[in-house]
Design a protein. Structure first.
Length: 85
């Protein structure tokens, strides 16, 4: 998994679609350093164990395959945000 596309965000039909990480980077560029640091620290502190604690609280029981997929998507996006922002 390398890139997600932000299909749900407004764009013109001629514009190149932005990835969610590009949108996050653009949003962080619009705020002050304290706000930027706050959000990057929050993303940085989101460890696999905490993700598992949160997802274990979901009402439906997920089998191992979708649960693992969800955790890997979150981990990949965490890395991408921290690397690119």
């Amino acid at each position: 998994m390398r890139r997600g596309t932000a299909w749900r965000f407004e764009h013109t039909s001629r514009a190149t679609l932005q990835t969610l990480v590009q949108l996050a980077r653009d949003a962080l560029a619009m705020v002050g350093p304290r706000v930027r640091d706050h959000w990057l620290d929050a993303v940085s502190s989101l460890e696999r164990e905490r993700v598992a604690e949160i997802t274990d609280q979901l009402p439906q029981d997920l089998s191992e395959v979708p649960s693992t997929f969800m955790h890997e998507v979150i981990a990949a996006n965490r890395r991408r945000v921290l690397d690119d922002c």
